[in-house]
Design a protein around this ligand. Structure first.
Ligand code: GLC
Ligand code: CA
Length: 541
């Protein structure tokens, strides 16, 4: 562990922008690239090093841009290629980097390749997709069968996501070449790397029913690296939703692995009933979270590098999922400590820096996401509407996609017109401007945390040991030869009467209850979070 060579991205922190919902600049209610440019100083000020831009390419927007119809052009809602060029320049001018999301597992059904493949049986693009006369019973992630019949023809095409997102056939070498060319063009254009959408699905062997981490995966990753991702300074993060911790670690830690790091999903499965998918709700047991990360760390200590995330555009808001909206400041800040002090690079999703919470959707009519709408349709008649809604309210992706709350002005300063998804009703209290001036400022806390993380290499090369103080407390020590840092986070909405022993040698570096001293630390307040450093008698700093 002590031998890990420190790379720049180990110290970095990443901020994800969901362009539809970040900032509108032209009053059409939809976020756009000039809007993003106008908010870059906010990110720089937070201490962000890398921006991950969710897709801005041409798309019919069935899955909000994760259904691409032209990989080489920008959707007019977001602006032009020139705007994108300017965004990259402005990011670089501020000393930050920017990576593009890229969806290589499937295209939109409106992509010219797919249109041509449907039109004529002798199309050279037919083999870019997966057509079969005989099909199996694989189900789509977005409800219903993963096969849809081709109109007027006795065959089906495969789509692991919505039926408007046909899967690409990576076994076709011409397709792979085309994709590599596209990626290389975007690198030449100025992007510093990529976030590769569901990339562990590209090695699938459909006829054998193998999808995630399939038999051709490693060969394709190697080719992808040799043809595109060979520069060891690129920042690449793979979305590995179907990989185990071991499988994820093995393909990260470039240059040994293909990617700098990866999103591995095991902690996201803890509040669902085993094997029944995301909508089958279960209460999160904190011990499971601890065991999951303990395992992840034991794997990553040997190999690779992890991407630490609690939310993104596909997940509910962390305060609502793991904390309490009645304790927004304390739950969001203790979560930052609990998640981001572990082994890996922190990823912040827009709105997390102000503790945005889930939207109080009243009915399915207020939701827009294809996954939620399909699930609702599919479940009608199979279970009561009330219980369908309960799942959607807990896990629906629209929670993360409501407009960013910048100020207490109308539409939260996001737009001057009614936005494409409604603004959260509490935006007057929960917004960047109000938070910045509050004595309980979440963004200030995050900023301090990110600064401390950069100053202490123990976050990168330190061993990680969990401590068991109490079933509602998530606590661990990071330790290297020079120093020890301990993080203690309470996931409880109640006070915990517990005296933590043996902490007289520690000093507070950051706390979400700054007036509490270690001596006065009992009982432990709701959602308490603290970062402690051990005074080392032998160190002279
Ligand atoms: C990824 C994206 C998600 C998208 C899916 C299909 O999981 O994060 O938003 O719907 O892939 O592209
Ligand atoms: Ca706009």
């Amino acid at each position: 562990m002590a031998t890990r060579e420190i790379k720049w991205w180990h110290r970095a922190s990443v901020y994800q922008i969901y362009p539809l919902s970040f900032q509108d600049s032209n009053g059409d209610g939809i976020g756009d690239i000039p809007g993003i440019i106008s908010r870059l100083d906010h990110l720089k000020n937070l201490g962000v090093d890398v921006i991950w831009l969710s897709p801005v390419f041409q798309s019919p927007m069935k899955d909000n841009g994760y259904d691409v119809s032209d990989y080489r052009d920008v959707h007019p809602w977001f602006g032009t290629k020139n705007d994108l060029k300017k965004l990259i320049e402005e990011v670089h001018r501020r000393g930050m980097k920017i990576i593009s999301d890229i969806v290589l597992n499937h295209t939109s059904d409106q992509h010219p390749w797919f249109i041509d493949a449907l039109k004529r049986v002798d199309s050279p693009y037919r083999d870019y997709y997966i057509f079969r006369k005989k099909i199996n019973d694989i189900q789509s992630v977005f409800s219903g069968p993963a096969w849809t019949k081709v109109p007027h023809r006795d065959e089906y095409y495969f789509h692991f996501f919505a039926k408007e997102q046909p899967d690409l056939n990576w076994q076709n070498p011409n397709l792979r070449k085309e994709l590599y060319a596209i990626l290389n063009e975007w690198l030449a254009f100025g992007f510093d790397g990529f976030r590769l959408d569901v990339i562990d699905l590209i090695g699938k062997d459909i006829d054998k029913g193998l999808i995630g981490h399939g038999p051709f995966y490693h060969a394709f990753l190697k080719e992808l690296k040799d043809n595109v991702l060979k520069d060891a300074n690129l920042f690449t993060v793979g979305e590995l939703s179907g990989s185990s911790a071991e499988q994820a670690a093995a393909v990260t830690g470039a240059p040994e692995g293909t990617f700098s790091m990866a999103f591995q999903f095991s902690h996201l499965w803890l509040d669902e009933q085993l094997g029944k998918g995301k909508w089958a709700l279960k209460r999160l047991d904190l011990l499971d979270l601890k065991n999951t990360f303990e395992h992840l760390h034991s794997v990553y200590e040997k190999q690779g590098w992890n991407a630490l995330f609690m939310g993104n555009h596909d997940q509910p808001r962390p305060v609502s999922r793991y904390g309490s909206k009645y304790h927004r400041y304390h739950s969001q800040t203790m979560l930052q400590l609990a998640f981001y002090g572990q082994l890996g690079t922190p990823f912040i999703y827009q709105g997390e820096e102000i503790g945005m919470v889930n939207y109080p959707f009243k009915s399915i009519n207020e939701m827009k996401d294809v996954e939620s709408l399909n699930y609702y349709q599919d479940q009608l008649g199979k279970q009561p509407v009330r219980s369908i809604m309960q799942s959607l309210l807990a896990k629906g992706r629209d929670h993360a996609r409501t407009p960013m709350q910048w100020s207490s002005k109308s539409y939260a300063g996001f737009s001057t017109k009614k936005p494409w998804l409604p603004v959260h009703p509490q935006y007057r209290f929960i917004n960047v401007e109000t938070d910045a001036h509050s004595k309980h400022s979440i963004q200030q806390f995050l900023k301090q945390f990110l600064r401390l993380r950069k100053q202490h290499d123990v976050f990168i090369n330190g061993k990680l040991k969990f401590r068991s103080f109490h079933p509602s407390i998530y606590a661990y020590i990071r330790e290297n030869d020079k120093e020890s840092i301990m993080i203690i986070s309470s996931f409880s909405s109640r006070k915990i009467s517990l005296k933590i022993e043996d902490i007289q040698d520690w000093e507070v570096l950051l706390s979400n209850h700054p007036t509490l001293t270690l001596q006065s630390l009992t009982p432990i307040p709701p959602y308490f979070g603290v970062m402690l450093k051990k005074r080392n008698k032998h160190a002279n700093d």
